[in-house]
Write a protein that binds this ligand. Structure first.
Ligand code: MTE
Ligand code: CO
Length: 424
């Protein structure tokens, strides 16, 4: 198997052709609104959709978005990885609203491609330091008490390409390794209680049934707290890309722990020191030591609009929008600046503010066509404030990839075009 690269060597700054909406003269002078008094053929002429019958029911037994939304898609960055089986694509954050990610737009991260599993043939085994080793079928799992919870999943490598400076031109690419859905699943503590833990039990090992057999060690306290063994997302079965028929949900912790196609849980007294927690998902510090078991995803936010793929198009009334999240609790406040940090204002948070979930914020503002340096800064329920990239680098050095929750800057130019920049 080709080795995966969550850690591409930062290369020179690139502009992503198909994705970036480049081009001058984006801004329309004044409002694009039709002016009252002038006849508008879109109103005065009968349109085809008004004249002819539309498609009947069952045209799509499983619904699909309008054909006019065909650009709202996951995208990858081909030069990042050697093969699509061990690769990543990104959630189009700039095209979404609210807090729930539509299932078909959740970013994908696979180390060995998407396992194609018939649920009738899937088994979850639990063994090791337990009183009673057990094997569950999917039918067994679906007869156990279940819970519904909304959680974000963020890959530890999200924004990793931005560690040494701004690189990718689009919040889809800088921040799109995150999604937020409602999971339905059985608390892991219920499953562990059924197997019965032996007194020495301290760590668990979760293993996937995909060709990479990805595995991670999980501390028992977390397993007994809020971990779910999920079979559904957004009300329907998990998508194959997200681990159908069964995945681990490890709220607030790095995405790599959320083992997909989950087939085995071993209970032990020490961590396993698997590849994904030694050679990968550790951060090399300036003094040569490495941070490991960096489970929590700290508070982070990003302005999704405007952003390079969603430039400003109109002077006057505009909506700035963005997302904030924290692996340590809820989002308490989001500050936004339009002038690179000279002045900050509190954003308007709208929609549910849930524990370890994406939270939506807005700033309704008037744009006079001047240059903007747009940033957002999240504060979570622990009082932690999202740091600048410079503050992060002071502590972590230049070698890090994972856990980059630094403040993002977008430079809006007078023509509305927006670019990924860093200011000091
Ligand atoms: N589980 C298995 N079995 N195989 C994998 O390749 N990738 C991990 C994790 N679980 C992976 C896995 C990584 S690195 C991340 S970030 C998340 O799954 C991505 O979940 P998603 O594809 O639902 O976005
Ligand atoms: Co990941």
């Amino acid at each position: 198997m080709t080795s995966h690269r969550d850690d591409p060597a930062p290369s020179r700054r690139r502009f992503l052709g198909g994705a970036a909406l480049a081009g001058a003269g984006l801004v329309t002078a004044g409002s694009a609104r039709a002016e009252a008094g002038k006849p508008d053929p879109l109103i005065t002429d009968v349109q085809d959709w008004n004249r002819y019958l539309g498609e009947g029911v069952d045209k799509h037994p499983y619904g699909v978005p309008s054909r006019y939304e065909k650009n709202v898609i996951r995208r990858d960055v081909p030069w990042l990885t050697a093969s699509p089986e061990s690769s990543v694509n990104f959630t189009p954050l700039h095209d979404l609203d609210g807090i729930i990610t539509p299932s078909g737009l959740c970013f994908e991260r696979h180390h060995g491609g998407i396992a194609d599993i018939d649920p009738a043939n899937h088994r979850l085994m639990i063994h090791g330091l337990v009183e009673k080793p057990l094997v569950f079928t999917m039918e067994d799992i679906r007869r156990m008490p279940r819970e519904n919870r909304v959680y974000f999943l963020e890959c530890a490598a999200n924004s990793g390409m931005e560690w040494r400076g701004s690189q990718l031109n689009g919040c889809q690419f800088t921040h799109g390794m995150v999604h937020n859905v409602m999971y339905t699943g059985v608390p892991l503590r219920v499953i562990l209680a059924e197997a019965g833990l032996k007194p020495k039990a301290k760590w668990l090992m979760l293993e996937g049934a995909d060709s990479s057999g990805m595995n991670r060690s999980l501390p028992l306290e977390k397993a007994l707290d809020d971990v779910l063994i999920a079979f559904a997302m957004n009300g329907e079965a998990l998508r194959p890309e997200q681990g159908y028929p069964l995945r681990a949900v490890i709220p607030g912790w790095e995405g790599n722990l959320w083992v997909k196609w989950l087939r085995r849980i071993e209970v032990g007294d020490m961590p396993w020191m698997a590849r994904e927690e030694t050679s990968k998902y550790t951060d090399l510090l300036a003094d040569g030591r490495s941070r490991r078991f960096t489970f929590f995803m700290d508070a982070k936010s990003v302005v999704t609009n405007p952003s390079p793929q969603a430039p400003l198009r109109h002077k006057g009334r505009n909506v700035l929008s963005g997302l904030a999240w924290s692996g340590r609790g809820t989002i308490k406040r989001v500050d936004v600046t339009l002038d690179g940090g000279k002045n900050w204002q509190s954003a308007r948070i709208d929609g549910p503010v849930l524990d370890k979930s994406l939270t939506r914020f807005y700033v309704d503002f008037d744009w006079n066509g001047g240059e903007l340096l747009v940033q957002s800064r999240a504060m979570d329920s622990t009082g932690y404030l999202q740091p600048t990239k410079e503050e992060l680098r002071k502590i972590r050095g230049a070698n890090s990839i994972y856990h980059n929750n630094g403040i993002q800057t977008w430079h809006v130019k007078p023509n509305g075009e927006t670019e990924n920049v860093e200011i000091s």
